[in-house]
Design a protein around this ligand. Structure first.
Ligand code: ZN
Length: 257
């Protein structure tokens, strides 16, 4: 594994990594919470993150939503305050530009904040759903989420069947989204850019090893190395540092080569 840091990146290693990305047949990005931190959305698992204030077991399960939607909505309002009104940062913009230039074919994200799409990415698979809609579990209706939904004291109800709505994000106890599409999409991937995630949570955790098993390569973009050779497979290049600096660094190197 070669380590590339934004300050004093070795030019040969950077050029070689860029050449690898340019020559990839099908490069894909796998993103997580770290990509959105610079947009003002703290990692839910980090100190002060949402899960340290609202225990997931107590608030974020499907069972709690069914039994006590008012309690579940205490968490959903906090989630809304965390996610609404945010803007993409240089990491999102770099990935969107990579797609525009044909360097990557799309993004698989664990984030629900819509910031990849706001940056201009068009092919985004959202494993954990999206926070742009509210969802009725009884009749399947989706309603565009507004700031008012998260400010109001009442629980929003389905316009068709009057059941309580929930954000269209995957709660603990709910199946993840788009799994079949993601597996079809990752087939033939020969380069996976793993950015802002330690890939500890399934199914994202399984994707790096899947790409490696198919002969593909891994680039990691994290502040600290988080992928393990035993679990995820060998990383070829570790871009260590703020993803808002390392992803643009690789993009610029692709243009320079
Ligand atoms: Zn309904």
């Amino acid at each position: 594994m070669q380590v590339i840091r934004p300050a004093g990146a070795p030019p040969e290693a950077l050029a070689a990594a860029a050449a690898r990305l340019r020559s990839a047949r099908k490069a894909v990005a796998l993103t997580g919470a770290g990509v959105s931190v610079a947009s003002g959305i703290p990692d839910f698992r980090s100190a002060g993150g949402l899960w340290t204030v609202f225990s997931p077991d107590e608030y974020a399960t499907l069972e709690v939503f069914h039994r006590d939607p008012a309690k579940a909505w205490e968490l959903y309002r906090a989630l809304g305050r965390t996610l609404l009104g945010r803007s993409p940062n240089p990491a999102h913009h770099a990935l969107a530009e990579m797609e525009r230039q044909g360097l990557i074919q799309g993004i698989i994200t664990q984030n629900v904040d819509n910031l990849h799409q706001q940056a201009g990415s068009t092919r985004v698979f959202e494993i954990h759903g999206d926070h742009q809609h509210l969802q009725c579990l009884r009749c399947g209706t989706l309603v565009a989420a507004t700031a008012e939904h998260y400010r109001a004291a009442e629980i929003p109800l389905c316009p068709h069947c009057a059941a309580p709505l929930k954000p269209n994000v995957v709660l603990f106890g709910e199946p993840v989204r788009q799994l079949a599409e993601i597996h079809a999409f990752i087939a033939g991937c020969d380069l996976l850019l793993v950015a802002g995630t330690s890939a500890q949570v399934y199914p994202a955790a399984a994707l790096p090893a899947l790409v490696r098993a198919g002969g593909g390569r891994l680039f990691e973009f994290n502040r600290e190395p988080a992928l393990s050779p035993a679990e995820h497979g060998e990383v070829e290049y570790l871009f260590q540092g703020d993803v808002g600096r390392t992803l643009p660094l690789l993009l610029r190197a692709c243009a320079a080569g």
